[in-house]
Design a protein around this ligand. Structure first.
Ligand code: 13P
Ligand code: SF4
Length: 363
């Protein structure tokens, strides 16, 4: 997906950290209740310190839906800002400080390839009995597709409830774009490997035989998160060898082999609660984005919180949001100029809202 963020004016690129922080503080104070800054747990500290609320993608979408602020500055990635615009019914101005803050996983499924998959499935099976489920990490166009076709959105904190709901409404699910969240949810619900097949959008009929499509309950789009796929069983083994009493908590975007050997699995909010619930002195190995792990370590000095992968990279798109971009959007708002507004077109928003609201009702 091509989104273009122009270069920031020199005022911001040449500013010191102190200047940026004082400009942000001043603009925030001037805008007062007209402004709500939302921060996803993967944001860096220089941004997160300004967030009025922090959360996982589900929690933030709820906060956006309930907000009465005129401006919602979403410190997260593009699909989150789109969801906020959809859930606020276009009543708020939702702003993403850097338009290039996308999500590589979300970009692994686009409307054309999902529509092609749908047509291919319709040729070999009863399409009326297939329920499409899209992970929150997807474009508004895909959420709209799902809304039109009777499906729902899910997040990492409610995938189990949404998949259970979908199984009550059809015989088969097409789950995109994250194969891992889909597979992990399938196993959680008692499915076996033979109930699930990977749908490769680059191949005819997803690279499957007709019989596979007919047999499968869960068709898993071949997408993944480049951050979470880095965690391996060997990391968990090494952590356990060093800390035999340690606790392993991972995000459900990790591969199933990793989930299998973890103690607890859940969304970013769940991971935070798991660390909070661990007793002082506990050692916790976490499988998720490094900024959250570092924040948990800093906020819980009486516990040892480490990344399971010592070489783990940050999410490069979340990392695009920095103090300079935040200062730039806020100072523009003070001047009455809205930059980087994320606006989903009316028809797409209408159907995407159907899919998002189904999720909110289910959960
Ligand atoms: P959460 O829904 O757990 O916040 O996860 C969002 C995300 O992008 C994880 O990679
Ligand atoms: Fe997307 Fe992965 Fe980054 Fe989450 S961590 S925003 S899924 S690329």
């Amino acid at each position: 997906m091509v989104r273009i963020q122009g270069a920031l004016p020199d005022r911001y690129t040449a500013a010191t950290h102190e200047q940026l922080h004082s400009w942000i503080a001043e603009a925030k104070a001037t805008l007062g209740d007209r402004l709500l800054i939302l921060g996803h747990h993967y944001q860096r500290e220089e941004v997160m310190r300004w967030a009025d609320a922090r959360g996982d993608s589900f929690g933030l979408s709820r906060l956006a839906a309930e907000s009465v602020a005129e401006y919602i500055v979403f410190c997260g990635v593009h699909f989150m800002a789109e969801s906020a615009d959809i859930l606020t019914g276009g009543q708020r101005k939702v702003i993403l400080p850097d338009l290039n803050a996308g999500c590589s996983m979300a970009d692994m499924a686009d409307l054309d390839s999902v529509e092609e998959a749908w047509e291919a499935l319709a040729a070999v099976t009863d399409i009326e009995r297939i329920v499409p489920i899209t992970y929150m990490n997807s474009s508004a166009a895909l959420k709209a597709f799902v809304g039109r076709m009777g499906g729902a959105v899910c997040t990492s904190s409610n995938a189990r409830a949404v998949v259970t709901w979908a199984l009550g409404h059809g015989d088969k699910l097409l789950f995109f774009p994250d194969q891992h969240l889909g597979r992990n949810t399938g196993y959680q619900l008692g499915m076996g490997a033979s109930d699930m097949r990977v749908w490769d959008p680059k191949r005819d009929l997803g690279g499957l035989e007709e019989v596979d499509v007919k047999e499968a309950t869960l068709l898993l789009w071949k997408g993944h998160c480049s951050v979470h796929q880095r965690f391996k069983v060997a990391h968990v083994d090494a952590f356990r060898a060093e800390h035999p009493d340690g606790l392993v908590v991972v995000h459900p975007e990790c591969a199933h082999e990793v989930i299998d050997v973890a103690d607890q699995v859940g969304s970013t909010d769940f991971i935070i609660k798991a660390v909070e619930a661990a007793p002082p002195g506990a050692v916790i190995g976490v499988g998720t984005e490094i900024h959250l792990v570092q924040r948990l370590a800093a906020e819980h000095p009486d516990r040892t919180v480490v990344s399971l992968d010592p070489l783990v990279c940050p999410c490069s798109t979340m990392f695009r949001i920095d103090a300079a971009h935040l200062a730039w959007v806020l100072e523009n708002l003070v001047e009455g100029t809205v930059v980087n507004q994320i606006k989903v077109d009316g028809e797409t928003a209408e159907w995407a809202r159907v899919a998002l609201e189904r999720m909110l009702e289910i959960t």
